[in-house]
Design a protein around this ligand. Structure first.
Ligand SMILES: C[S@@+](CC[C@H](N)C(=O)[O-])C[C@H]1O[C@@H](n2cnc3c(N)ncnc32)[C@H](O)[C@@H]1O
Length: 229
């Protein structure tokens, strides 16, 4: 889907996050993902004994999950530099360098699979939903939160970062419509238990005054899937 109005030089995921790692946590806003996770009604985070965090990055998501009472979290990421930062943070029990479509983690071992701010980097959603299904025990949940496709297209903005030299660099970004998520999730066997869309409001405008032009537009989407018992 052609949406890119920025025209920044584009690099692949490993190259991009390998360079962004040093400033990543200073630039990513909790309102994009953690604020949405915190609003979800269905997950009972504190009852989760073990979660898998797919695209764990520096461990922001894993750290938040531990803070909610998740007893243990295993993380998977394709970028070694991000995994090194996660290792330093120490929120995860186990950290694996792998594509999230083939994690090598044990099947049926997790009450919860979480993926935050990752789906825009996946060319196809089917492999994610199928691997999450394999990992999840019957009755378990899969929670995916990410940029809303409407926002990526309205802003014409691929995921990007600014280097120390001041160059804006984009990381390969794919737009997945809401219906693509529903189709891929249902095809993998999941039942949709909850969905949330967050819009740009006062909190976002305070963080990014230039986003006044996006006021009331959806900016994030979260899906909570249940694997039937
Ligand atoms: C925006 S960061 C999100 C990190 C973390 N979940 C957070 O919310 O801060 C995206 C992460 O997904 C990872 N990633 C992207 N595609 C991936 C794939 N196919 N398999 C595993 N990790 C992937 C990147 O390396 C990067 O660390």
């Amino acid at each position: 889907m052609d949406f890119d109005a920025r025209g920044y030089r584009t690099v692949d995921v490993r190259t991009g996050y390998g360079q962004w790692v040093g400033s990543y946590e200073r630039t990513v806003e909790d309102a994009m993902d953690i604020g949405v996770l915190a609003e979800l009604a269905v997950p009972d985070w504190a009852s989760v004994r073990r979660a898998a965090d797919l695209g764990c990055g520096t461990g922001r998501t894993g750290g938040w999950l531990r803070g909610q009472g998740v007893a243990a979290v295993d993380g998977v990421d394709v970028t070694p530099e991000m995994l090194a930062a996660a290792r330093t943070r120490g929120a995860h029990d186990r950290l694996v360098e792998a594509d999230l479509a083939a994690t090598g983690l044990p099947g049926g071992a997790y009450q919860l699979v979480v993926s935050s701010l990752v789906d825009e980097h996946l060319p196809e959603l089917g492999p994610f939903y199928r691997e999450a299904w394999r990992l999840t025990a019957p009755g378990g949940l899969c929670v995916l939160v990410g940029l809303h496709p409407h926002f990526i297209m309205t802003a014409g903005m691929p995921t990007h970062f600014t280097t120390a030299e001041g160059e804006d660099i984009a990381i390969t970004t794919h737009v997945h419509l809401v219906s693509e998520h529903l189709t891929a999730g249902l095809a993998a066997g999941w039942q949709l238990a909850e969905m949330r869309e967050a819009v740009v409001g006062d909190e976002w405008i305070a963080l990014k005054p230039k986003w006044e032009r996006y006021r009331s537009h959806p900016v994030s989407a979260a899906y909570v899937w249940r694997r039937p018992s």
